[in-house]
Design a protein around this ligand. Structure first.
Ligand code: CA
Length: 480
């Protein structure tokens, strides 16, 4: 509108009022700078210029086409005089409006600037706050890390101290350990020395003990021999006295009684006591027996005085006999023989007897079995055997059952077997069922003596099927 107005004004008053265009230029310039300000500024300007617009509108409505203008120009000049006050009015109004507009603009700009400043300030404040926060966070973080560093440092220091202490402790313990080792070594050495000394002492004591044991055994032997000699002497003295008394009686009765002198000897022990020291055949008279008996006396074995009741040595005598033969006896007292069950019963029934069994194998080995007590029952008791007090070298155990075995022959089965042991194993013997011995078995010559169950057996000497080369059984009163 300013431009339109300027154009109009320029055409209408180019010469008369050159200076009057000045405010219009300012207006144009203001319009130029105000372009883009928005409708508010335009509105603000419209309000004070509404009267001018109306005037110009009416003026324009009166304009005529150019051919008529020349005539009209003169009229305009006349009108110009009318317009001058209007111009002045307009100028005045415009000036105040301009000042107002300028003031508004300044105010608007100031307000805008203030807004901008406030906004910037706000932004700056926010940024500053954020920065402050970040700084605080960083500071916190830093302080925390410092604290952690401090703690770590403290821990490290503590650990170092502990390590140092432990090192000291270790060193101290090593020192003590060394001291202990030294002491242990010293103790060991001392103990070894003591042990060696003790061993020497022990050895010395052992030798001393050995010597004393030997001496004691010697003393014991001497004592036993002395005691035995003493009792033996007493018994021999008594028996000698009895014999002398019997002899005195015989001499007093005259020569007819000399034959009776032989009958007074009950066994070989008495004969030995009477002074006979040579082994051989003698005559004895056993109590309750009507006939005197020839017997072989062994005056040497184990002190002598033995009366033989059995001998095997060459197989010259048959031992396959019946009950009666074994009861009465058979064979030759100088060689193989069986003295007889009845004699043995009478003999061992009168006084206590010992039994000695002597054995010899085909290899030249000898062994014996001795029984402290030996007794034979009567015929009614089937010549039952009673033994006790076994000792000897023919095995650790007896090969004869000690108690309760009866005598059996091929015609008298008194054994403890459903079978007939005497018939199976030959001879007459105290078979059990059928027992571990039979010295009256079949005599087998050399090289035929093994694997013979019916031979001359003694189990604990040479086993169950070995037939022996020679045997002797003999008795003697206990205590001789
Ligand atoms: Ca039987």
């Amino acid at each position: 509108m300013g431009v339109v107005l300027g154009g109009i004004l320029g055409l209408s008053e180019p010469r008369h009022h050159p200076s009057s265009r000045k405010p219009l230029v300012i207006l144009r310039s203001d319009s130029g700078t105000s372009v883009g300000r928005g409708p508010r500024n335009s509105g603000n300007r419209q309000k004070p210029t509404s009267g001018l617009t109306r005037s110009l509108g009416s003026l324009a409505g009166r304009l005529k086409p150019w051919p008529t203008r020349a005539k009209e120009i003169e009229a305009w000049r006349k009108d110009a005089r009318v317009l001058r006050p209007l111009e002045r009015y307009i100028q005045m109004n415009l000036r105040s409006e301009l000042a107002q507009v300028q003031q508004h603009m300044v105010q608007n700009q100031t307000a805008t600037m203030l807004e901008l400043g406030t906004s910037l300030l706000n932004q700056t404040t926010a940024q500053t706050r954020k920065l402050t926060d970040v700084e605080a966070q960083v500071l916190n973080q830093t302080s925390r890390m410092e604290i952690q560093l401090l703690e770590t440092s403290l821990s490290t220091n503590k650990l170092e101290k502990q390590l140092l202490l432990q090192g000291h402790e270790l060193h101290r313990l090593q020192g003590r350990n060394n001291a202990l080792e030294t002491r242990v070594q010293a103790l060991e050495t001392q103990q070894q020395a003591e042990l060696a000394s003790l061993r020497g002492e022990k050895e010395r004591l052992r030798r001393l003990l050995g010597r004393q044991s030997g001496a004691l055994a010697g003393l014991e032997r001497s004592l036993r021999a002395a005691s035995s000699n003493s009792s033996l002497l007493q018994r021999q003295q008594r028996q000698l006295l009895e014999s002398v008394q019997r002899l005195v009686r015989v001499v007093a009765q005259g020569p007819a009684s000399v034959r009776a002198a032989e009958q007074v000897f009950q066994d070989c022990a008495e004969i030995q006591r009477f002074g006979a020291n040579a082994s051989g055949v003698y005559t004895i008279h056993v109590a309750n027996m009507t006939e005197p008996r020839k017997v072989f006396c062994d005056m040497e074995a184990n002190g002598g005085g033995w009366t033989l009741i059995q001998r095997r040595e060459n197989g010259s005598v048959n031992f396959q006999r019946n009950w009666r033969d074994y009861k009465q006896g058979f064979g030759d007292p100088a060689g193989e023989h069986w003295l007889g069950n009845e004699v043995m019963h009478q003999l061992t029934g009168r006084t206590a007897y010992s039994l000695r069994v002597e054995l010899q194998d085909w290899e030249g080995n000898e062994a014996y079995a001795q029984y402290e007590h030996f007794q034979l029952g009567s015929e009614g008791q089937l010549y039952r055997l009673s033994l006790s007090g076994y000792s000897g070298s023919a095995g650790r155990q007896s090969s004869l059952v000690l108690q309760g075995t009866n005598f059996s022959t091929r015609d008298a089965d008194n054994d403890n077997c459903l079978c007939k042991c005497a018939q199976m194993l030959s001879g007459g013997w105290w078979f059990d069922a059928c027992g571990l011995s039979n010295l009256n078995g079949i005599y087998y010559p050399a090289h035929h003596h093994v694997r013979k169950l019916n031979g001359i057996r003694w189990h604990y000497f040479q086993g169950p099927s070995y037939s022996l080369r020679a045997t002797r059984m003999m008795v003697r009163p206990v205590g001789v």
